[in-house]
Design a protein around this ligand. Sequence first.
Ligand SMILES: *[C@@H]1O[C@H](CO)[C@@H](O)[C@H](O)[C@H]1NC(C)=O
Ligand SMILES: *[C@@H]1O[C@H](CO)[C@@H](O)[C@H](O)[C@H]1NC(C)=O
Ligand SMILES: *[C@@H]1O[C@H](CO)[C@@H](O)[C@H](O)[C@H]1NC(C)=O
Ligand SMILES: *[C@@H]1O[C@H](CO)[C@@H](O)[C@H](O)[C@H]1NC(C)=O
Ligand SMILES: *[C@@H]1O[C@H](CO)[C@@H](O)[C@H](O)[C@H]1NC(C)=O
Length: 424
Amino acid sequence: MSLKFAVCMALAVPAFAAPWPKGPSHGHGKAHGHSGAIKRIHLDPRPFWLIEQMEDSPLKKKLESCTEMEMKPSAWSISHRGGGTLQFPEETYESIMAGSRMGAGIQECDVVFTKDRSLVCRHAMCDLHTTTNVVTIPALNAKCTTPFTPANGTHPATANCCTSDFSLAELRTLCSKMDGANENATTPEEYLDGTPKFRTDLYAKTCSPILTLREYIDIVDDLGLKFTPELKTPEVPMPFPPGSDYTQEKYAQQMIDEFKAARIHPSRVYVQSFLYADVLYWLKAEPAFARQAVLLDESADFGPFEDSVANLTRYAQDGVKIIAPPLPYLVTSNATGDIVPSAYAIRAKQLGMEIITWSLERSGWLADGSKGGYYYATIGNVTRNEGDVFRLLHALAQEVGVLGVFSDWSSTVTYYANCFGLVF
Ligand SMILES: *[C@@H]1O[C@H](CO)[C@@H](O)[C@H](O)[C@H]1NC(C)=O
Ligand SMILES: *[C@@H]1O[C@H](CO)[C@@H](O)[C@H](O)[C@H]1NC(C)=O
Ligand SMILES: *[C@@H]1O[C@H](CO)[C@@H](O)[C@H](O)[C@H]1NC(C)=O
Ligand SMILES: *[C@@H]1O[C@H](CO)[C@@H](O)[C@H](O)[C@H]1NC(C)=O
Ligand SMILES: *[C@@H]1O[C@H](CO)[C@@H](O)[C@H](O)[C@H]1NC(C)=O
């Protein structure tokens, strides 16, 4: 723990009365300066700029009518990896604060385990080589599943560093950075230099540490917001280590137990997983948390879309209440160029399921001929303008009726939510 954190801890004065009594902290304590709920939401210029970019339409007029509104936080605005991810290193205190100031009402932590089975926030078990400076620290690089290997003219630079390669104490020495890597790097330092051009390194040089799940819980609890922890699929065989008692179910239970230890009421927690077995486990073992468990679904990336639609029936029958596919699964465009609900969205609604979707503001430019890439794939032929992000949000809100939208930049979703009365 750095001196900076020690000072911040000393200054922290709890001001917000949590609706649930707090449990004991696991020793790391509240490591940051902010305390209590954010009372005033600040949106940055981006949503206003996006509206200016829009072609004239009734939607544009309506959005323009909200420019002077006082903005409120909304659970419809779900932070993706903190909610400041477009500009701040993901899964950090700084990203969480940026997203929360921009009105995110639900905060995400992607949960992975360390070699000594502590739970920490990282988007994937094996992304340390792209989200931290690990490859530049020789003693730690040497412990990576695949240490850094330079590019040599015929082969790109490679590395694969996993949280399961390190103890929590080792991980705590790393600095978070913007996600990305330079595949042409011939040195570890060059390898770090891979931030996509539409993002920025402006806030990435202050060595923000990896957060534990418990620190994230304490920060978000203190802000008075809701939680959406995602149990990330291990990238090592389970049990870990082989022959041990640390099974997938134990890992799924451990994540719940951290919320219980912090005395967080289940109604504030939306647990998520891509692994259907995890959700089935929670339905059986933790019904209070399973009531709003989120099944993430990217199955149509690997199989026929019709099969993904058909499989919704079984999920609903098994008791899954919230399904969370990526944005393109939910919409399509019709002959007059409007964005309309897909067969997937229609079926999920018929089955009485709620829908959460991901992730807005990860696509960079829309008006550069890319048509928005993956996240706009099913509406690419009607995507030409940076402001189309609001046309997509409008269809998700009004036509599909989603429960919430994950975003790398919470402002955009918060603006829409406030303008259209989706504040809860
Ligand atoms: C380049 O690196 C790859 C693997 O990283 C290796 O297999 C190959 O032999 C190297 N080529 C040269 C010319 O060093
Ligand atoms: C790596 O080098 C190749 C060939 O010079 C180039 O096309 C590519 O854009 C470079 N990649 C990065 C990430 O700089
Ligand atoms: C649908 O469910 C079946 C049965 O579990 C599974 O084998 C198949 O991979 C699933 N397909 C998709 C696209 O989800
Ligand atoms: C496309 O969808 C819009 C919005 O639902 C609707 O008003 C329009 O009539 C549809 N166009 C066609 C050709 O179905
Ligand atoms: C866009 O493509 C879809 C099929 O992917 C088609 O149904 C729709 O009519 C197209 N819309 C326009 C405006 O070209």
